[in-house]
Design a protein around this ligand. Structure first.
Ligand SMILES: NC(=O)c1ccc[n+]([C@@H]2O[C@H](COP(=O)([O-])OP(=O)(O)OC[C@H]3O[C@@H](n4cnc5c(N)ncnc54)[C@H](OP(=O)(O)O)[C@@H]3O)[C@@H](O)[C@H]2O)c1
Length: 310
């Protein structure tokens, strides 16, 4: 395990995951700077710079000026529906930006951590290990495979594949989880897939794992998923029970009914390598994870599509 990083650069610092990583960096007191594409939020506790990753010159200048010792690349076009509609943008933001950051990391001798996804797999097998071949079904998945290849082309890089992330959004942005909370509270019906399995991971656990792995000696691919293999329907029913709703209106549907790109059946991750690398770190069950943010799950921003997330 290495010392405290000299300077961490976090891309995607305003995303669902980025906001949790931001909070964790602040908690640890590590020197860090976040990059964002949109106008900068005020007072998020971490210095933010507005850097569009598709603007090569801007990225090169900003990165050289910072000379980070560690880069967490969490920025992405992470909505699979948007990626399918805008494949060029998806590859530009996901794959090409990683290629550029990899080159810059190599030049600065910085450690690069790319945040990737279980959706690099086609879902036919389930319980995927790091050595299993990738086989994405979507533009999003293919663009993340491109990102992985770019990241792994430089020394000391690590690719952390996360599973479906859940938890309340810290910046009040709409996220599928917030929409489910709101729908359950307002007694509105939910329709959830009974045949799409992941190993869902709470955003707080994911962000801690990323920082642990960042300062570890691990190189290559690492799977970081939740402790349980759950369908979207399982998650909705257990969330409702956790909130004390005895008779939620939750209908089951098949992922096959959704038009557009095919959705993988089972992209659950085998996280045993991560657990062995960093033993003793929290790995809560779904309900235990819901307790992590306490009253946080009582606040819900505006609604968003329930099943369209990554
Ligand atoms: N959410 C999941 O369930 C999940 C599961 C597995 C893996 N992942 C991976 O986790 C990472 C974060 O996902 P997320 O759900 O937190 O995504 P998100 O909420 O959509 O956030 C994406 C972030 O990327 C930034 N971004 C997008 N385009 C950019 C550009 N051209 N230049 C600079 N920044 C740009 C956004 O900046 P603005 O806020 O300024 O627009 C935002 O901060 C992604 O790499 C994703 O592939 C997510």
């Amino acid at each position: 395990m290495s010392d405290v990083p000299r300077l961490v650069l976090l891309t995607g610092a305003t995303g669902h995951l980025g906001s949790y990583v931001r909070r964790e960096l602040i908690r640890l007191g590590w020197p860090a700077i976040g990059w964002t594409k949109s106008p900068i939020l005020t007072d998020v506790g971490l210095r933010l710079e507005r850097v569009d990753l598709t603007q090569r010159k801007l990225v090169v200048e900003a990165c050289r000026a910072l000379s980070p010792s560690h880069i967490i690349h969490a920025a992405a076009l992470a909505n699979a529906l948007t990626c399918a509609r805008e494949p060029e943008q998806a590859f530009k933001i996901n794959a090409q930006s990683t290629q550029l950051l990899a080159e810059l990391a190599k030049a600065a001798k910085a450690r690069l951590l790319l945040v990737s996804t279980d959706l690099v797999f086609n879902g036919e097998q389930g319980n995927y290990q790091e050595r299993d071949p990738v086989s994405p079904l979507s533009v999003y998945g293919r663009s993340k495979v491109g990102a992985e290849e770019a990241a792994l082309s430089v020394p000391r890089a690590v690719v952390v594949r996360l599973s479906l992330l859940f938890g309340p959004d810290l910046d009040g942005r709409p996220y599928f989880f917030d929409e489910q909370l709101r729908a359950l509270r307002e007694r509105r019906p939910l329709t959830l897939f009974h045949d799409e399995w992941r190993t869902p991971l709470h955003l707080a656990i994911a962000s801690r794992a990323l920082l642990d792995v960042l300062v570890s000696d691990w190189e290559g691919i690492l799977h970081v998923g939740g402790a349980e293999r759950l369908s979207r329907l399982d998650m909705g029913l257990r969330l409702a029970r956790h909130l004390g709703h005895a008779d939620p209106i939750i209908d089951a549907c098949s992922r096959m009914t959704l038009p557009g790109e095919p959705r993988p059946r089972d992209t659950s991750l085998d996280s045993s390598r991560w657990r062995k690398l960093l033993p003793g770190k929290p790995w809560p069950l779904f309900e235990e994870a819901l307790e992590l943010e306490g009253a946080g799950i009582g606040q819900t921003p505006e609604s968003a599509p329930g099943q369209a997330g990554p």
